[in-house]
Design a protein. Structure first.
Length: 185
């Protein structure tokens, strides 16, 4: 009888350890565009200072154009498109943000952009990867439907793995349901 109790106790301990390790927060490194600790969200996403050849590749030649690009790029990357819970349909506020992003892309059509799809922590990893992909694709399709088909747009889904808000409440969830834009220059 004691043998069965010992086996049961050992199994319970293993089950508890497995449950606790499954709940542990994963240490996922931030994606490009999130900046280093202490930097503003999206700061220096392009990978640091650019040389003259890179500026010319973007079609930017004067110091005034460089300042304009850097100022507008900061706004471009720090303004996300938000989604309702369990949805990837673009709301009117989301379309307004995308219209502002399209103005930037029309002004600087040679930049490459990655659209990241993100979700809140609810749901399975697989479900949120698929939902994040649909969110990124919805934003991309909206831009491409505006006769901007020559743009260099790619998408990626991070699902729930890279939240911008770490709380476990509706306000945090709302901040994490987003499409985030990263300039690749």
């Amino acid at each position: 009888m004691k043998s069965k109790q010992s086996v049961f106790l050992v199994l319970m301990i293993f089950a508890l350890i497995a449950a606790l390790s499954a709940c542990a927060k994963k240490n996922v490194p931030p994606p490009p565009g999130y900046g280093a600790a202490g930097q503003e969200y999206g700061a220096a996403a392009g990978g640091g200072p650019m040389d003259e050849a890179k500026w010319r590749e973007l079609g930017i030649n004067s110091e005034a154009e460089k300042r304009e690009f850097l100022d507008k790029a900061k706004v471009f990357e720090n303004q996300d498109v938000y989604f309702d819970y369990d949805a990837y349909t673009l709301t009117e506020p989301a379309k307004k943000v995308l219209d502002e992003k399209m103005a930037f892309l029309k002004r600087f059509p040679r930049v490459a952009v990655t659209i990241e799809g993100h979700c809140d922590e609810r749901g399975t990893t697989e479900y949120n990867i698929a939902l994040g992909e649909r969110r990124a694709n919805a934003a991309q399709q909206y831009i491409l439907n505006s006769n901007s088909s020559n743009l260099k747009l790619t998408t990626v889904s991070y699902g729930k793995e890279r939240p911008v808000a770490s709380g476990h409440d509706e306000a945090s969830y709302a901040k994490n349901r987003r499409a985030h834009f990263v300039l690749n220059y």
